[in-house]
Design a protein around this ligand. Sequence first.
Ligand code: GTP
Ligand code: SPV
Ligand code: MN
Length: 594
Amino acid sequence: MDKALTKNPTVLSWLAEKLALVNPDNVVWIDGSETQLDALRAEAVASGELAKLSEEKLPGCYLHRTALNDVARVEHRTFICTPTKEEAGPTNNWMAPDEAYALLAGIAKDSYRGRTAYIIPYSMGPVGSPFSKAGVELTDSIYVVLNMSIMTRVGQAVLDTLGDSDDWVRGLHCRCGIVEEDRYICQFPQDNTIISVNSGYGGNVLLGKKCFALRIASYQGYKEEWLAEHMLILGVENPQGEVKYICAAFPSACGKTNLAMLIPPEAYRSKGHKVWCVGDDIAWIRKGPDGRLYAINPENGFFGVAPGTNAKSNPNALESTKKGTIFTNVVHTLDDNAVWWEGLDKNPPANATDWKGNPWNGQTSDEKGAHPNSRFTAPARNCPCISSEFENPQGVPISAFVFGGRRAKLAPLVYQAFDWNHGVFVGSIMASETTAAAAGAVGVVRRDPMAMLPFCGYNMADYWQHWIDVGASLEPEKAPKIFNVNWFRKDENDQFMWPGFGDNLRVLDWIIARCEGKAGADETAIGYLPKTGDINREGIEHEVSLDSLQAMLDVDPALWRAEADGIAEFYAKFEGNIPVEMRQSLEALRVKLG
Ligand code: GTP
Ligand code: SPV
Ligand code: MN
């Protein structure tokens, strides 16, 4: 065993216990140095776990393929292990902690035999920020070490800052045999503990991400009066140089990375409007000394969806992947030793290997070359529009919260909640078509409150009450305004009605103007909606007619009455625990719809 990088007694005793269980041949502490990471990259290339890509085209980049049965988060095998089922609530899978620990110990026992254990000390958030929290992940995967080194701040400084504190999250990851039937992703919020077995895929095994920064952290936030949310954070700069920050929650693969890195349309760019990315997936939010809410991005990189990322849709994301990036389950192009995915360009490679490792050429194969949930792991500092506030330990002040999902029908392009409590209701009634980011059927509409359905580490009803309480603690004029957007409304020909991507700035423009009290709106049953003339269509590339915009802003009372029934049915699962403010909002909606 390496010399320990810390004297923290709780870290050392937890590690001793877990190492005795998993029984590795070697133990390596990850110190965060480039020398060590380089040696691990070389080792992973030698073993075939990674392929080194063209140093000329993609310097410092690697390709990884997961097992065929291990390509997305597994929500049906994800458990919140609280003493009572009630604490996990009706939307989470629950297992009693004793039962879960026993089951997982049985699976983990001796599973590192013949392998090396890597101890990764990491920080979610800039080291030393009052928002930040430490974790230690024990893993037997070099892929996990290298991804965590991009996605989080790793190494000695984390342990030095932690000192002897017990406030750190324990994470045990065991690859085992990647057996689907024995795959478990278990969170123990009361114990600050995560155990993940039988997977090697991102969200299941990069334990700092969804497991810690959302499931465990949402519970910590509940106890410590802050919020951990599945939200991007972006700054919108106007020609006067003023920057307004927005947090937006969309379900997985519904556009957070794209919105976070948006490039303004020419009509805006030429006037000096800019967009800055603070984060693309997770926000930790606290009240600041001035009484406003501030957010940090706890991550240090982007674990982004590859398919659909191209020089037009998201040039900033594409540029971020040009160096120091790990690609997972994309196409390997053999002529130039680089990568490709559906939607990168219209020229699939003639000579390539698909995500499964089979020979592939885009001309003859009906099968996709890249998995729909293939990903890139890219350092945040690579992003051309990374915010100057990215490392700010105090975070950025939030002007607006935006919720949104994929809804072919019903939800209008944008609307504003009447007030904070109504905004919590608007977040709670989010629904979205499922995507490839999680195993299971794609395209089925399901309720996904605040985009947190798979990520809330405690009872969702308590989570909503926590949101209500956070609002009550703010002076109304300092509380962020709350909005809902839908980029995915479709016409009768099944085509998206809104051009999306860069043009989404036109909607953010209205949102910011509303925050500043500068834009008009119509009051409707569901909230404040822009008049068609309030959305700036100047220079819009794919012409959006006034009729079409009107259709996207339409609120159909019959559809919304049916939606209200669906909401009531969803709320009924919570057996009377829904905050009274939300029940009142639902009642008011029904009355207004008539
Ligand atoms: P996670 O990393 O899973 O949390 O996903 P995400 O929310 O960051 O989603 P991302 O930005 O990667 O987008 C996922 C998919 O949605 C991609 O295929 C995009 O091309 C598509 N998409 C993003 N923004 C828009 C938009 O404004 N309009 C349309 N039609 N599609 C979009
Ligand atoms: C998501 O699914 O929301 C992601 C990717 O951001 S994962 O890390 O797999 O959760
Ligand atoms: Mn996500």
